[in-house]
Ligand binder design. Structure first.
Ligand code: B12
Length: 321
């Protein structure tokens, strides 16, 4: 009996600490089996942060009431205790995606910021190891070809050289199914983030297609490259001989920021070319990056510039100034 009392005391203490850290919403006294959506407003000096708390999920006797540490409400919550100017701290935190205002527990990270760090790491891992959703590729009629990677994503990460070469089957498929000598060849590649493609393709793809049409440019047959690295542009260029090749590819994810996509572009790509022959429109994502709709329009304009000067990369810079 004594034991049980002691355990209850410890549980209560831990819960109180979690509540203080904002990791458990108020109203913990809900009966199991009665999910509720508690709401809490934390007022810190001049600014007020809305904190909707967690949706309680119940399963038999197990109750998960920890909110998602990477959710917007917790991500931006200031963790510095007794901040001198809490309002300014919130404004400062809103001005950057850097991890500031995270507070500390003695010399260590506090639980909340450690959990956020771990959750962000998981988001990054998911983006890196997942394949692009097949339904999205079907939506745009993108046939899939593969590079010379044969042993999955681990090999893809360890062997960038193989990700720069098309497989024999891919060469054959592209030769048979794609239009040769287009003005613009659009290719989509997973690269280092499936989420980047899933987050931006729906917006950017139609803008590039329509932009090319209104500029009177002949577009080739778009397709998707699995296990793709930027250097694969050379192999594709050798087969299809486009004037300009545009590769939309997932960028290496930052911690918790995995939706960023790049468009690598080259004029008449082919064997032996390197990044000095290429250009990149980077950080394409909504809310804070280059908006995918604007990026699409810019990419078509930039392709026209490449055609006008018959160059890309450093040569284009030298030619166009
Ligand atoms: C990783 C990286 C590098 C690595 C690439 C090493 C490697 N083998 O992966 C290193 C450190 C060598 C590097 C160097 C440079 N980089 Co860099 N890099 C990145 C980063 C962080 C990720 C790129 C990525 O995810 N690519 C997608 C994957 C799938 O491609 P990949 O085939 O695995 O790798 C190729 C590309 O990453 C490419 N690449 C990398 N940087 C650049 C820059 C340019 C201009 C081009 C054409 C290609 C290119 O090189 C790799 C080999 O082909 C981005 C940041 C971002 N937001 O994208 C910056 C970024 C692309 N780099 C940038 C720059 C400026 C450079 C340098 C010119 C810096 C310099 N002054 O020396 C050099 C150019 C090097 C080159 N390749 O010619 C800028 C480009 C800005 C722009 N719009 O022009 C970015 C966006 C960073 C930034 N915000 O400033 N980079």
């Amino acid at each position: 009996m004594m034991e049980e009392e002691k355990i209850n005391q410890i549980v209560e203490l831990v819960l109180r600490q979690l509540q203080e850290e904002g990791l458990v919403p108020g109203g913990l006294k809900n009966q199991p089996g009665q999910p509720t959506f508690p709401q809490e407003t934390i007022t810190t000096g001049a600014a007020t942060v809305f904190h909707p708390g967690a949706a309680l999920s119940t399963h038999a006797e197990i109750e998960i009431d920890l909110p998602d540490p990477a959710g917007d409400n917790l991500r931006w919550l200031p963790r510095v205790k007794n901040a001198k100017d809490p309002g300014a701290l919130i404004e400062l935190m809103a001005s950057t995606s850097a991890r500031i205002g995270v507070g500390r527990a003695g010399p260590r990270s506090n639980t909340a910021s450690l959990l956020l760090f771990q959750a962000d790491h998981a988001i990054t891992q998911d983006a890196l190891y997942r394949d692009v959703d097949q339904r999205l590729l079907d939506e745009f009629n993108l046939m899939t070809v593969q590079t010379s990677i044969t042993e999955g994503r681990e090999e893809y990460l360890l062997r960038p050289d193989l990700g720069r070469q098309l497989s024999d089957a891919a060469r054959q498929m592209i030769t048979e199914k794609c239009q040769k000598n287009p003005d613009l060849q659009l290719v989509v590649g997973d690269g280092l983030s499936a989420l980047a493609i899933e987050s931006n393709l729906r917006q950017i793809f139609p803008v590039i297609v329509q932009g090319a049409q209104s500029a009177g440019l002949r577009m080739g047959t778009p397709f998707y490259v699995k296990y793709c690295r930027v250097g694969v542009m050379n192999d594709i260029g050798d087969i299809l001989q486009p004037k300009v090749l545009i590769l939309l590819i997932g960028e290496r994810p930052g911690l918790g920021r995995a939706e960023s996509m790049s468009a690598y572009m080259a004029y008449q790509p082919g064997a032996g070319q390197n990044d000095a022959n290429r250009d990149v429109v980077c950080n394409i994502f909504e809310k804070g990056g280059t908006n995918p709709l604007e990026a699409g329009a810019f990419i078509v304009q930039f392709a026209q510039k490449m055609m006008q000067f018959q160059a890309s990369g450093v040569k284009l810079k030298l030619a166009a100034g």
